[in-house]
Structures are given as C-alpha cells and as structure tokens.
Design a protein around this ligand. Sequence first.
Ligand SMILES: Cc1cc2nc3c(=O)[nH]c(=O)nc-3n(C[C@H](O)[C@H](O)[C@H](O)COP(=O)(O)O)c2cc1C
Length: 381
Amino acid sequence: MLPNVMDYRRRARKRLPRLAFDYLEGGAEDGIAMARNASAYAELEFRPDVLVDVSECRLETQVLGAASAMPAIVGPTGLNGLFWPEADIHLARAAHEAGLPFVLSTASTSLLEAVRAATSGELWLQLYVQRDRRIAEHLMDRAWRNGYTVLFLTVDVPVHGNRDHDKRNGFKLPLRPSRRLLLDLASHPGWCWRMLRHGGPQLKNLAVSANARENITEQAAVLSRQMDLALTWEDLAWLRRAWRGRIVVKGIQGLADARRAQACGMDGIVLSNHGGRQLESAPCPLEILPEVAASLGRSLEILVDGGVRRGSDIAKAAALGARAVLLGRAPLYGLAARGPVGVREVLSILRAELETTLRLLGRCRVEALDAGAVRWRRTPP
Ligand SMILES: Cc1cc2nc3c(=O)[nH]c(=O)nc-3n(C[C@H](O)[C@H](O)[C@H](O)COP(=O)(O)O)c2cc1C
C-alpha cells in the first residue's frame, strides 16, 4: 500500500498513457477552478479540543437514506474503462467492501445490470439527459428495476468544458493513430495489453438505452451532441414522475440555485464544479458550502465535491455542513495505479486518515463535527 492518495496519483501518471491520464486529471482551460478546489482545503485549519476521551471513534453516517461507513461516497465518473478493464465493476465492489454507496455514470463503460450482478452494495445512478427524453426514461427504468435507489441529475454539463489537454493529445474516440499517440502507447505496454485483451472502452449503458451501435463514435455523439441544451428547472417535474426514488441535483454552484432545488422539492444537492472540468473559474464548492448550509439547514441533504484527497478533507467538509463528500479522481488514481486493489487501498487510506483526524481533533463522531471545529486561515470571498 502506498502512503497517501497523491502517491497513487503519481503512480497512475506513470502507468497510464498521457492521453488517458490527462483525461482523468485535467481541468478546464488553465485549471484555475480545479486548483482552487484543492487549495481551499489547505486554507481551512482545525480547532482541536484536547483531553477528550477518544478511545471510541464512530465514522458511520446516513446519506440519502442509506448507511455509509463514513461521510463519503464514490462519485460518478465516465469512461472509466479507459483506466482499467471493467472499471465500474471494480469501483462498485470496492465501494461496497468499504461500506460506501457507489454512483454509476450515464457514461459508464459497464452495463448497469452487470454492475448490479457484481455487487449487492448500495448503487445510485447519475443521469445526463439527451434531447430524446425516451433515452433517459429507459435508463431510469432499467436502473430502478435493478435496485438503483437514488438519481443524481448532473446539471453542469450542457456542453463539454474547454479541455485544452484533450485537444493537444488528439483525444477523440475512436483514437486516431498519430506519431505522438503511437509513442505514448509504446511506452505503456501494460495498459495496451489490458486494452487489447479486453477491448477498448464503450459507453455500454447509453448504447442500450439510445439504441446506438457497438461503435464508440456513435455512442460519444449521443452523449455530447445530443445533450438536451433546453433542460430547465421546469423539467424536474418530469423527472419526479419518471423516477420513484430520491433525486439529487449535482452541479449546484451558488445559493440561488440551491434554493431553487429546494423549492422544487429535491432530496439533495451536490455543490460541485465537476472537479473543475467544466466552467473555468467556477466557484469553489467548499467556499460556498457554509452559506448554503446556513440558508438551507436540514431541509435537504447537502453534499460537496472537488479536491478531496485526504481523510482530513472529509472532516473539514462535514464540519462546514456537508452530509458527505463525493470522491471523484481519488478512487480513479487507485484504479489506474494498481487496479482493483488500488481502489480498495485508496478508500481504506481515506478512512484511516479520517479516523486519526477525528481522534486528534477530539471529536470522535461524525455528528460532533460542526463549524466550531474549523476556521478559515483567510476570510473566504
Ligand atoms: C475522469 C472523470 C470523469 C467524470 N465523469 C463524470 C460523469 O460522467 N458524470 C458526472 O456527473 N460527473 C463526472 N465527473 C465529475 C465527478 O463526479 C466529480 O464531480 C469530480 O470529479 C469531483 O472532483 P475531484 O475529482 O477533485 O474529486 C467526472 C470526473 C472525472 C475526474
């Protein structure tokens, strides 16, 4: 096991061809939003209480009606098969073993039915809505029948963000051979071998619901070019009729929209800028969290993501009012670095770090984390 999540990142960088690592890692444009997501955590310091009985530490909590072993869930990421074959299955299994819910992306490379067959854990579905609403309805119907209980509607991707690294690397599916690409692949034989053995990633879930052929170009076109750009708050009523379980809006970036989600009767929101991959210079979710938590109280569950790389980050987000954090890149670093075992290790490192943090902080239960446990080293804007 490596010492921390960033060590897995370094290992992942070595193991993946450049175009795959850049897709995993890269933020939009100059990476400002992405960098701020992480640096915001460094701007928060703890206010520990000493001489407190810390012999027992309880990290368990409830998130969206499910038990979670700590205030974290494995968030949705698309095209995971680019990092490891059957990636979604390995992520879901590792999440279950760690006692955490797993959110499967609309852009998953495994069928939602196959993920369900591989685990009895808590499974949730992330939804992108295409212009043809029947695609989303079909996807939701399949998910519900397979025991996916919570829907995450992602709202920060009406169009794809500007990702210069993908343009630089010529990252377009299917991959077109170029001198640069061939050199990149030649220096990563392990990755090439795995991809050749298992076949390249396909957006299988979407393909079934969109009736797209087993052809990644057609599938990618459904995902991006057919995205419903006219989706609005009014459409949440349609979603309520189409989905019987809880609904969470993922990608809320300000108080006004958080209130709108509340007024629409949503069960939760994720304060998120998509890991800094969409709108450059988007607000930092951790910084808007205290204001949103103060205003919305307990009327719906507030989750947050972006930049979580340490167990102490999870404690900070919980102290500022988040019910849980979503882990985006962290489990993927583990997967790309060491395969399925790497995901398990990353999740166990985060848990161990969180436990140590709570003991050193003198607050040994998740419910004991409140705003008094932290302070900003600078006044947030
Ligand atoms: C490679 C990658 C793919 C992603 N794909 C999706 C997706 O399909 N749907 C979605 O809602 N969010 C997606 N996200 C965003 C994550 O769910 C999450 O918001 C973000 O990664 C959190 O930031 P972090 O990576 O710094 O933890 C993706 C993120 C990454 C890194």
